[in-house]
Write a protein that binds this ligand. Structure first.
Ligand code: URA
Length: 411
């Protein structure tokens, strides 16, 4: 057993950790032999000191090997997936996973909860009453055989190290670290034993990477890890200066995803879904569009909800079932053009209203957030709705209004 404080000290002072040291830290943390306070200190040291490509590869491998990887029968279809580095209003996975399964691919998506100012796929799915994200590997395999798509979280047997470290990073300001992001994302994706992966790397105010340059460094690092493990890894880059789509907050984002799965939804969201799907699907763009427009992807989503403990027949009522206590229209005070809708401010506000966590054991409120958000470039007249705030009480809605007005610039 290595001496953990010495390993933290080495990284704090800018040293390079060896493969054995990284493996022993991850093994101890996963087994409960290293407390959260030591891992928090190490994560902060990594945040400030970074890691070499070799250290990052060791961390990814150690996190992958903390659990079991998926294994498929010889005759299984191509196995593909997508992962985003995180953004505000980024609900792409909820639409993309069932869409890809229309193409007779297998999509064994392992996702995470909210992280920093960004929402998480698992928290969104859990806004659907009864939806279970904690399936075992056996249950996930059986569902893949049946409908071709499953959306789960890290569990005791799949990426347990990421399950713990992810929750810790969320509340210790240690998310925007390239090696920690690479290891977190790629350990989950490699556990899926994929043929092909598309990574959606975000940059801008509502993303962890603020510039295109930082995003490209992160994208290339993840691609190198994926390719080294034999996965055809594609990288797409998208800006994240305003929220994606028009809704932010867990149940509000599921409602918007349902609209998009039924062929509607905001144009920017649909475009990103199609662009990412094209990277890993053998179907062409018109076929992918058709699966959204003819109800095939929506049908697949409903099958998935029914398989994972939800009730698909209730999905269209989700907006009423998960309705915030107070909803307020925020309207334009003068005519003009929207020149900014700052994703970071909106994401931070949504978390502080209860859509995300400030302590690891916080219970989130699935109903709060924003919808009907105005898009940059829109022309507005006095009295037009800039967005709606959904909050748990009057104080929350006042806070939401103040920050939404700060985020939106109209000139
Ligand atoms: N998504 C993840 O799964 N992990 C990160 O660290 C960031 C985004």
């Amino acid at each position: 057993m290595m001496h953990i404080p010495s390993i933290i000290e080495k990284k704090r002072d800018g040293g390079i950790l060896g493969d054995e040291e990284i493996r022993s830290v991850i093994a101890a943390y996963t087994a409960g032999g290293m407390p959260d306070y030591q891992m928090s200190a190490l994560a902060m040291a990594i945040y400030f000191r970074g890691m070499t490509a070799e250290e990052t590869a060791s961390l990814t491998r150690a996190m992958l090997e903390s659990g079991e990887a998926f294994e498929y029968p010889e005759s299984s279809p191509r196995v593909v997936d997508k992962h985003s580095t995180g953004g505000v209003g980024d609900k792409v996975s909820l639409i993309l996973a069932p869409l890809l399964a229309c193409d007779d691919l297998w999509v064994p998506m392992i996702s995470g909860r909210g992280l920093g100012i960004t929402g998480g796929t698992l928290d969104k799915l859990e806004a659907i009453p009864g939806f279970r994200v904690g399936l075992s590997r056996e249950e996930a395999m059986a569902q893949l055989q049946k409908i071709g798509v499953v959306m789960i979280g890290q569990t005791a047997d799949v990426c347990p190290a990421d399950k713990k470290l992810y929750a810790l990073r969320d509340v210790t300001a240690t998310v925007p670290s390239q090696p920690l992001i690479v290891a977190s994302i790629m350990s989950k994706k490699l556990a899926e034993t994929l043929d092909a992966l598309v990574l959606d790397v975000k940059y801008g105010s509502g993303a962890f990477m603020k510039t295109r340059e930082e995003a490209e460094t992160l994208g290339s690092a993840m691609q190198a890890v994926g390719e080294a493990m034999g996965v055809d890894t594609r990288v797409c880059y998208h800006t994240m200066d305003e929220p994606l789509g028009r809704a932010v907050g867990n149940s509000l984002e599921v409602v918007e995803s349902i609209e998009t799965l039924k062929g509607g939804g905001p144009e920017d969201l649909r475009q990103i879904v199609i662009a990412l799907a094209k990277e890993v699907s053998s179907a062409d763009e018109s076929q992918l569009e058709a699966w959204l427009d003819d109800g095939s992807a929506w049908q697949k989503f409903q099958e998935m909800v029914d398989c994972q403990g939800g009730d698909a027949s209730e999905l269209e009522k989700l907006g009423d079932l998960q309705r915030a206590k107070v909803i307020r229209d925020i309207t334009a005070e003068h005519d003009g053009i929207i020149i900014a809708a700052d994703a970071e401010t909106i994401g931070r506000c949504s978390v502080s209203m209860g859509a995300g966590r400030s302590k690891a054991d916080d219970v989130i409120n699935p109903t709060v957030g924003f919808d009907q958000l105005i898009k940059v470039g829109s022309e507005v007249s006095t009295g037009d709705v800039l967005g709606r705030v959904h909050a748990a009480n009057e104080a929350g809605v006042d806070h939401g209004e103040r920050l939404l007005r700060e985020a939106i610039r109209c000139e």
